[in-house]
Design a protein around this ligand. Structure first.
Ligand code: SAH
Ligand code: F3S
Length: 481
């Protein structure tokens, strides 16, 4: 299934329209979550002001940056292979500088410079505005590092440049960091405390995207439901805020409504929701606005109450079911997807069966499934032995994936014969005679191009399907055009 993340896959190289005055060449590659791709756009925007144009040719670059992911060991190994490649090129072109950005930079800090000596520059996710100074140091022949995590930085004042995209869909960051401390997860350590971005700057970015022809935005955060703006400051300090700040505070449900009303013709999506923080208000707001897509990515990680507790996921299996029931009551045709980890420390066969029975109950549309990978420094690594053999983790993973595929197919089959609204994003990977887009529930739909074009909202009659893709024929423009 294409939605299973392949961490060995080549990263994506960002390309921007060249600025004439710029003479230096930047090769910037990104791995990991959508937030990293979004951050690379911010970095490229900062460096465009420093005389850099982007290039897709590694060999031509003056500066090579890799935005990295630490979420699982595999992700780090992939980046390491790339660093080897950059260093091989550097042997031929010794003036080239190499920098590591993002979560691995934050996790390994100066180790890259002192022990491994494989990079010139190490920059954590909250330090990108310091890049001009850091580059100056590098130019002067010194190694440069800034991995300070911030309690305020949201890059709200930097307009990311998005010229490499399809011009139709864009990501807009609304929070950074995470305070949840799930015991398996490295994110709170690499991305720091959770901060919300000023809603005004979010709306301005969305309005700007709309004026440039974009048709869909995805609001991004590690845990969007805990978005809270009361004039700045961390969420934990909200109680100390003035009465006025509290009265005018904007939560995630409010933000969704603001964005939906600011651009009623734009599709609005968001990711990721944590079940413990998702409120009924958010679900009701989704139901109220037609332009908010009927799709929720709702990671569960495990179906066992005991494992959920060990993971510090602050909800039970039953509470999760109640949330699912409420979503389906309020938005009957809502697409729902999951993240699941198999083989978390101490997971028994019975716990694993609980995960399978949870899948049976929810019957998700699709999912992202992973074998547990111990991350140094996390609570799980400190307190629990990584005691499930790899073969067992993988067998359980295969069982979870097989069941998910069955459910995905049941769900796509249900769509056959229906007419769904699709936003055309790009040419289909398999055929240059077909368009590819998604329906509101986030399932990919492909259909013959005819006279339609990228960016059109089209009604498509579904005629067949695979486990993850719907196929059909356009029957006309949708009323949203
Ligand atoms: N809230 C975040 C979650 C980031 S991590 C978001 O915005 O998506 C994405 C997924 O990676 C998690 O939901 C979890 O299923 C998986 N994951 C995180 N740490 C992991 C680990 N140590 N081993 C295996 N999978 C992990
Ligand atoms: Fe990680 Fe849990 Fe936050 S999975 S990103 S600590 S919600």
């Amino acid at each position: 299934m294409e939605k299973i993340i392949d961490e060995t896959k080549q990263g994506e190289t960002l390309v921007l329209e060249p600025q004439k005055a710029n003479t230096k060449k930047l090769f910037i590659e990104s791995y990991g979550c959508q937030m990293n791709f979004s951050d690379s756009e911010i970095v490229a925007s900062i460096l465009a002001d420093q005389g850099y144009n982007t290039t897709t040719q590694l060999e031509d670059a003056d500066l090579v940056l890799v935005n990295t992911c630490s979420i699982r060991d595999r992700a780090e190994q992939t980046v390491r292979k790339r660093l080897e490649k950059y260093n091989a090129v550097k042997k031929i072109n010794p003036t080239m500088k190499v920098g590591v950005l993002g979560c691995m930079a934050e996790r390994l800090k100066s180790k890259f410079l002192e022990e491994e000596k494989i990079v010139d520059l190490v920059v954590g996710p909250d330090a990108y505005k310091d890049l001009p100074n850091l580059l100056e140091e590098v130019e002067e022949g010194r190694d440069a590092i800034n991995v300070i995590l911030s309690k305020e930085e949201t890059y709200g004042d930097i307009a990311p440049v998005r010229l490499q995209s399809n011009g139709v869909t864009a990501f807009v960051s609304i929070t950074r960091g995470c305070d949840n401390m799930c015991t398996f997860c490295v994110v709170p350590f690499t991305r720091g405390r959770e901060r919300s971005r000023d809603p005004q700057s979010i709306i301005e970015e969305v309005n700007d995207l709309a004026s440039r022809g974009y048709k869909e935005v995805t609001l991004l955060g590690q845990n969007v439901d805990s978005f809270l703006w009361y004039g700045g400051g961390l969420k934990k300090d909200f109680d100390k805020a003035s009465e006025m700040a509290k009265a005018t505070a904007v939560n995630f449900s409010d933000l969704l409504a603001l964005v939906a009303e600011a651009q009623p013709k734009m599709r609005i999506r968001f990711s990721t929701s944590n079940p413990q923080d998702m409120t009924l208000d958010v679900i009701r707001t989704m139901a109220k606005y037609d332009n908010i897509c009927n799709y929720i990515h709702l990671p569960v990680q495990s179906g066992s109450d005991r494992i959920l507790k060990e993971m510090n996921r602050l909800h039970t299996r039953q509470e999760y079911f109640d949330l699912i029931d409420n979503i389906r009551k309020i938005i009957p045709d809502c697409g729902i997807s999951q993240d699941i980890i198999t083989g978390f420390p101490t997971e028994t066969e019975e716990d694993h069966q609980d995960t399978l029975s949870l899948l049976e109950y929810v019957k998700y549309d699709f999912g992202f499934m992973f074998a547990y990978s111990e991350r140094p420094g996390t609570m799980a690594a400190r307190k629990l032995e990584d005691d499930i053999p790899l073969a067992v983790k993988k067998r359980r993973l295969a069982e979870v994936i097989a069941l998910q595929l069955e459910h995905s197919h049941i769900n796509t089959l249900k769509q056959v014969g229906r007419i769904v609204e699709v936003l055309i994003e790009k040419e289909s990977k398999k055929s240059d005679a077909e368009w590819s887009g998604r329906n509101s529930q986030n399932t990919v739909v492909v259909f013959p191009k005819e006279h339609y074009k990228v960016g059109d909202f089209v009604n498509v009659e579904i005629t067949s399907c695979t486990t993850s893709t719907l196929k059909g024929k356009a029957v006309g423009y949708s009323s949203n055009n």
